[in-house]
Design a protein around this ligand. Structure first.
Ligand SMILES: [Zn+2]
Length: 442
């Protein structure tokens, strides 16, 4: 891999300078969209805000932010339902838009999100920050191991890779074994996929040919779409299976690619703050939390003027650290990546449980190939159980005892563990659904 990873000045500027740049760009964004973007004009008017009067409040970013209303996904979905097909969030006439993407709709109706050539290019520049952070450059051969559906993350990753001069291999519409063969045929150096699928591909590769993946050309897996890339046990498992490094990042269709892991400090995701204003707020009070405390990530994207989000409540629970990083970046970092989603949290017998907590425990057991957690209800009482597929020739009774003990210690709950037949649990290429809630709200 080439080392075209010099940190640009914008990623290591003084935080006060960064805040004044963000303030100027926020003011510019508000001026550009006011009266053109119906959705935000309505919200700003309802909040009694005129972009011209916001400007006169001085150069204090927080003072401006505090006046602005929040945006929720429910609002966006409701707006699209009421104003089919695109809602009222577009700043420009529909003829200017060139890219249609939509969310997977796993937690509700899919949200369509459109870009113009200009806003699309902005998103690609954000992806280039991910590649730069991952030390990926023009000498790399990247295999994109996923189906190219209308999913924003795939297409931006692919096109940005082309723009930095990398050799780009789309691997949509293929079986896992065909993808493994393709990775080997082109001596891929980088794989882009979900953490779950990285494990699946490794398993298929090892079954097919023994060692080629572990001793092969792949140096790096850039993962996203699930929290696994920052769950230490999952990450370690992928790295061991591939003999390659895992690099995490995250983004959302309606927001853009927003974070990338620190090369020098794995487990911390830098926020691309030159392009996004990132707040971490208490999800109940919506007041800022201090560094080191968990809160909800709330985002304003500064360069997607054609279809922006302002103070968007992502639902992602994160812990921010704002101290300067030893890599030289002044950009704030998310400790442990995205820890979970506010709406994923379940209360089970009085204990708050995130699906990531279950995964982080189960992935420590190398004998477990696949798993599924199920929350069922006995009246109003929620019960959690776990099914596991295990490696052949494992002492199953002994393993069940160890797993149950770890779950009890890690979660503070007694969780029954059941061994199921090999290959009986679903495998995932896209976002994995290993946390099933029966007769309840997922
Ligand atoms: Zn860093």
């Amino acid at each position: 891999m080439i080392t075209s990873h010099r940190i640009p000045d914008s990623e290591k500027s003084e935080r006060s300078l960064l805040a004044s740049l963000q303030t100027a760009r926020l003011e510019e964004l508000l001026s550009k969209i006011y009266k053109l973007n119906q959705f935000y004009t309505r919200k700003l008017d309802d909040a009694g805000i005129n972009p011209d009067t916001v400007k006169t409040s001085g150069n204090d970013l927080n003072a401006i932010l505090n006046k602005l209303p929040f945006t929720t996904k429910t609002e966006l979905v409701t707006d699209q339902e009421a104003n089919k097909p695109w809602g009222t969030t577009l700043t420009e006439p529909i003829e200017h838009y060139t890219r249609h993407h939509q969310t997977s709709g796993t937690t509700g109706k899919p949200l369509k999100w459109l870009d113009t050539n200009e806003s699309w290019q902005w998103a690609l520049e954000c992806w280039k920050a991910v590649y730069r952070g991952a030390h990926v450059g023009s000498k790399d051969r990247i295999v994109f191991a996923f189906s190219f559906g209308p999913f924003f993350g795939f297409w931006t990753a692919f096109e940005a890779a082309g723009q930095i001069g990398a050799y780009c291999v789309p691997a949509g519409g293929m079986s896992s074994s065909q993808r493994v063969a393709l990775i080997e045929a082109v001596n891929a150096t980088v794989i882009c996929c979900t953490p779950t699928y990285a494990l699946r591909l490794a398993q298929v590769g090892h079954e097919a040919g023994g060692q080629p993946l572990a001793n092969g050309s792949v140096k790096l897996l850039i993962v996203a779409g699930e929290p696994g890339g920052s769950i230490p046990a999952t990450k370690q498992r992928i790295e061991q299976a591939w003999g390659a490094r895992v690099f995490d990042h995250h983004g959302l269709t309606e927001v853009g690619p927003i974070s990338f892991e620190c090369w020098d400090n794995p487990g911390f995701l830098h926020l691309n703050e030159p392009e996004y204003i990132c707040e971490v707020l208490d999800p109940k009070t919506l007041k800022p939390v201090t560094d080191g405390e968990a809160g909800e990530l709330v985002v304003t994207n500064l360069g997607r003027t054609a279809n922006p989000v302002i103070r968007y409540r992502t639902g992602d629970i994160v812990i921010r650290q704002s101290k300067i990083c030893s890599c030289g970046r002044t950009l704030a970092r998310l400790e442990g990546g995205v820890l979970g989603r506010a709406d994923d949290m379940l209360s089970i017998r009085g204990v708050n449980v995130y699906p990531t907590a279950v995964e982080s425990i189960l992935r420590r057991f190398k004998e477990i190939i696949e798993f599924r957690s199920t929350v069922s209800f006995d009246g109003t009482l929620a019960l959690l159980s776990v099914e596991i597929e295990i490696m052949p020739s494992t002492d199953s009774r002994q393993l069940v005892g160890r797993v149950e003990r770890s779950l009890r210690e890690g979660l503070g709950l007694t969780v029954p563990v059941l061994i199921v037949e090999p290959d009986s649990l679903p495998r995932f290429e896209m976002k994995a659904h290993r946390f099933i809630v029966e007769n309840g709200n997922p």
